[in-house]
Ligand binder design. Structure first.
Ligand code: SR1
Ligand code: MG
Length: 423
């Protein structure tokens, strides 16, 4: 992979990108032919950046370029271009631990805030697949692998303290993207923020109720402090179902521009919370009541399987590669202390499950009462039907945030999700 620097930034358009890529021999070779043979399309439908697909006679690439502002809102909300550097660094670090689960980076140009990477094809954004009701047989196994490998290997359970702190230093500067999360997830849904929106008037009373919900606000601030201060591992930072690209046999995580050293449960919760949103949204997508019953159950089964797969792999990594300063195995006598050491690990995983469920609940609430919503729910055209799904999701989300600590097993989640859908 080559890296270039210098040159004044300019936001690309399909008309200008080809010439820029033509100057990169490795990328040009990958595409084949010359710039005149290339087809460039801007396909970004996310909230923040430009995303281009470039196709040549030999192959194709994706070029992602940061804009100096939030695309969803416009130039009134400036955002540092440096986020592309955090995304690039996170992709590189993730590829060290879970190379099969992230796109390959072909080129990074810091001055242009441009990452050229593998074009994942025929992959689809998982969120779109969930809306369509598509089953992905390898999803849980792959997501568990991604989470366990990237979180464990960047944590104090694996790394020496000095090594981890060295890695953390760079990501500490990702303050602007972290601030988005701090505001949009942990604060704004619980106050009358200007950019908040919800299905109105159907959810007006409920939105007000959430803004007046003292225990929930207290929990949100407690979780925010964890997000601010608990540097457990390098987290993706925005691992919703729009950040996962899938086929029947493959799963990749994209877009880690929010990456920093934070609580592991924030990533796990993002996946679980967004699957739960997809679960409740099925009512708005099925052709007749009950038509998606099997699919709903498949989604719930993924939640259980992701956690169980994650936990199994995380425990295996801990046994094989628990070399970090966060748990010095040598302190424990192999025979006499075995139960105590095992109990310490159980306690860690139990706390992580609670974190994951609580952060997952926070992620659900922000997608219904905050600024940035999700297509699963937004694409339900009938606002009464949409609001019904959103109400159910909010009820479960609140329960997860407030009572997630009392959950002893992932197997409690599916019944709770069903309960809030049917009550
Ligand atoms: C202003 S950015 C809104 C959201 O889009 C991203 O995908 C993150 O989830 C962020 O919170
Ligand atoms: Mg994104």
């Amino acid at each position: 992979m080559n890296t270039t620097t210098a040159r004044a930034y300019r936001a690309h358009a399909p008309e200008t990108l080809g010439a820029a890529l033509a100057e990169l021999p490795a990328v040009a070779a990958r595409l084949g032919g010359t710039v005149d043979d290339w087809r460039v399309r801007e396909v970004g439908d996310g909230n923040i950046n430009l995303v281009f697909i470039v196709e040549g006679p030999r192959g194709s690439v994706v070029a992602k370029q940061a804009l100096p502002y939030v695309r969803l809102v416009g130039e009134s909300w400036p955002l540092p271009l440096a986020r592309a550097s955090f995304e690039h660094a996170a992709l590189v670090e993730q590829a060290r631990h879970a190379p099969a689960r992230v796109p390959e980076v072909h080129h990074f140009d810091e001055s242009q805030a441009l990452v050229v990477m593998e074009h994942l094809t025929p992959h689809l954004i998982l969120r779109k697949g969930l809306i369509a009701g598509t089953v992905y047989p390898k999803l849980a196994e792959h997501v568990a692998e991604l989470l366990a490998e990237t979180l464990f290997k960047t944590s104090d359970l694996h790394l020496a303290a000095a090594d981890k702190k060295q890695k953390m230093k760079f990501f500490c500067d990702n303050t602007a993207l972290c601030k988005i999360t701090e505001d949009l997830i942990f604060t704004d849904p619980y106050r009358d923020a200007e950019l908040n929106r919800h299905t109105s008037p159907q959810l007006d009373a409920l939105a007000l109720q959430f803004r007046r919900d003292t225990p929930l606000k207290r929990a949100a601030q407690e979780l925010k402090r964890r997000f601010l201060g608990d540097a457990q591992a390098l987290i993706h930072g925005d691992l919703h179902t729009g950040s996962l690209m899938v086929t029947e046999s493959d799963t990749r995580a994209i877009d880690p521009e929010f990456a920093f050293y934070g609580p592991m449960g924030f990533d796990i919760g993002a996946v679980l919370g967004n699957l739960l949103l997809a679960y409740y949204a099925q009512d708005g997508h099925e052709e007749r009541p009950g038509a998606r019953d099997d699919y709903r159950e498949w989604i719930l089964a993924q939640i259980t399987a992701i956690w169980e797969g994650f936990e199994a792999r995380f425990r295996a990594l801990w046994a094989e590669a628990g070399t970090g300063d966060g748990f010095v195995a040598g302190l424990f006598d192999e025979a006499a202390d075995a139960p105590a050491a095992a109990a310490a690990k159980d306690r860690y995983l139990r706390a992580l499950l609670a974190d994951s469920l609580r952060f997952g609940g926070m992620k659900m609430i922000r997608r219904i009462l905050g600024l940035a919503h999700v297509e699963d729910l937004e694409s339900i055209e009938d606002p009464d039907r949409r609001a019904a799904a959103e109400r159910r999701a909010l009820a479960l989300a609140r329960e997860l945030v407030l009572f997630g600590e009392g959950v002893a097993s992932i197997h409690e989640v599916a019944p709770a999700a069903r309960f809030h859908r049917l009550r």
